[in-house]
Write a protein that binds this ligand. Structure first.
Ligand code: HEM
Length: 482
């Protein structure tokens, strides 16, 4: 069962049901669902959602079911110069995802979440998501299907990916229900626009939605899908695949509900195609009362605790209070509870489709710097006459690690990280040297802040190091204090 904090679950759940990475000062960089805007965005009908789904498929497609290697493991990032992965769409997807992975969250988990968000954004099925994928350090073998290959080659290719012939037909139809073919990538199928350097684009079907229009237009003969209707018989791999069982599967998929259920199952299977040494979590469901954005920092004259509590429904009469205990386990300062300061609605298309209305209550409280705090919890009064409830993480409270380093968000930028070190707890200057060892370059130190013997230090962050979203606190906990 879930217990806070569970960094991997917390992050994947947040990306899925809020579309965002966990709170950080440069939060807006971390709006994943915002990158989709709508299902179809380009002037020729290009679709970021389609790019994300193709990206996921190409990563998963080099799985080898016989020896358990490959799958959704981000090896694609190292294989983008291959012909089989041609296309600006791949580069778009990579650029969309690249800000989200961190020390807890693999790129391949972000890619998997991307498929669920893309499907929801395109009115497609809900795709259940598990977490725990690992990113490969080296490129894998070639093997993504190409249009000019034979049906026998495609059937064998899908068998190695873990799909039988019927699933090959269905999964290809699910994928090719969104997006299309670009002239720059497949000029033999899609001619460029004369006099125009930009891409030309032919859609697989006439709707933007991840629905069975591609199936119906194939069956009724009106399809413009280049992989069915192209004049060059070598390139019509969708035709060969769709018709390979005498249209039995395509006729089944002509029923919208069957299409939805089949695509939900097969897209999930596609993103859960992982190397055999990877253990995925259970399917991640929305967490009913979720605590996040927890950050202990320094303010002008006190410590500053930030946290938020998220609900899955709206209630205007609801009152939420945060409570905390000082380090000694009591409340020496007599000021150990506070009301929320900001309320936000963070529902996304996916969470709305699940009937949720996701709302966040945000807290920012000053905490006495000498007595500090050990844990916090909430009480919730729904304002409907029922007794208030206590949310205390199943009795343990939400424990705030007592770090030797605190992040100072107000002074930090996306390139510099400012942390505060409590002098009494760091063997100076040894502590500085230890910090410097951990992928951080010391840019300079300055001043003492807030009168409680905190030395504030500015660091330049190596852009490529995999940092947690709660950068400093986790740095402190796992890398410095340990
Ligand atoms: C034999 C199997 C397959 C072949 C030969 C094939 C081939 C292609 C080709 C040639 C394109 C055009 C790409 C471009 O112009 O850049 C394309 C697009 C696409 N494919 Fe496939 N595909 C296959 C299976 C699949 C599967 C199983 C999925 C996922 C479930 C998938 C998802 C997509 C998507 C979403 C696009 C649109 C991308 C965009 O609009 O940017 N494909 N495919």
């Amino acid at each position: 069962t879930y217990h806070w904090p569970s960094p991997l679950i917390d992050q994947v759940e947040g990306l899925l049901f809020e579309g965002r990475g966990e709170g950080r000062p440069d939060n807006d960089l971390l709006d994943l669902v915002g990158k989709l805007a709508q299902c179809q965005s380009g002037s020729l009908g290009e679709s970021g959602a389609a790019e994300w789904i193709r990206f996921a498929y190409h990563d998963a497609a080099t799985h080898n079911a016989d020896n358990g290697t490959g799958g959704l493991d981000n090896s694609l990032i190292l294989e983008l110069d291959r012909d089989e992965n041609v296309g600006v769409g791949m580069k778009h997807a990579k650029a969309d995802f690249v800000h989200f992975p961190n020390k807890y969250l693999s790129f391949s988990d972000v890619t998997a979440v991307g498929v669920a968000l893309a499907s929801a954004q395109c009115e497609g099925p809900i795709v259940p998501i598990r977490a725990g994928r690992l990113d490969a350090a080296v490129a894998g073998p070639f093997g993504v299907p190409r249009p000019e290959q034979t049906l026998a080659e495609h059937t064998e290719s899908f068998r190695l990916q873990g799909f039988n012939p019927e699933e090959m037909i269905a999964l290809t139809a699910c994928g090719h229900s969104v997006g299309g073919v670009r002239s720059n990538d497949f000029p033999a199928m899609v001619p460029g626009i004369p006099g125009v350097a930009a891409d030309n684009f032919i859609l697989f079907d006439t709707t933007t939605a991840l629905d069975n229009t591609v199936v119906r237009e194939y069956l009724d003969g009106t399809t413009k899908n280049p992989l069915v209707a192209d004049k060059n018989a070598t390139l019509i791999s969708d035709f060969r695949i769709f018709s390979s069982d005498g249209n039995v599967t395509m006729n089944k998929l002509a029923d919208p509900e069957t299409f939805d259920q089949t695509c939900s199952r097969l897209l999930a299977q596609m993103i859960d195609t992982v190397p055999s040494n990877v253990q995925l979590t259970d399917v991640i469901d929305p967490i009913p009362h979720k605590v996040d954005g927890v950050q202990l920092s320094i303010g002008a004259s006190s410590l500053l605790l930030r946290a938020s509590l998220r609900f899955l429904d709206q209630n205007d009469n609801r009152n939420v209070t945060i409570h905390w205990e000082d380090k000694a386990g009591g409340c020496a300062s007599n000021e150990c509870s506070a009301s929320w300061i900001q309320f936000r609605e963070v529902t996304t298309t996916l969470s709305a489709r699940l009937g949720l209305f996701v709302t966040k209550y945000e807290f920012q409280v000053g905490v006495n710097a000498t007595t500090s705090l050990s844990k916090f919890w909430f009480t919730v009064d729904e304002g409907n006459g029922s007794a208030p409830i206590t949310l205390d993480n199943d009795g343990t409270g939400y424990v705030v690690e007592q770090d030797t380093v605190l992040y100072v968000p107000n002074s930090s930028t996306s390139l510099t990280t400012v942390v505060a070190v409590r002098l009494s707890r760091v063997a100076w200057p040894n502590g500085l040297r230890r910090l410097a060892e951990f992928e951080l370059a010391v840019a300079g130190g300055r001043g003492v802040a807030c009168g409680v013997a905190w030395l504030v230090i500015t660091y330049t962050r190596h852009f490529h190091c995999k940092c947690s979203t709660n950068f400093s606190i986790f740095v402190a906990r796992h890398r410095v204090a340990s």
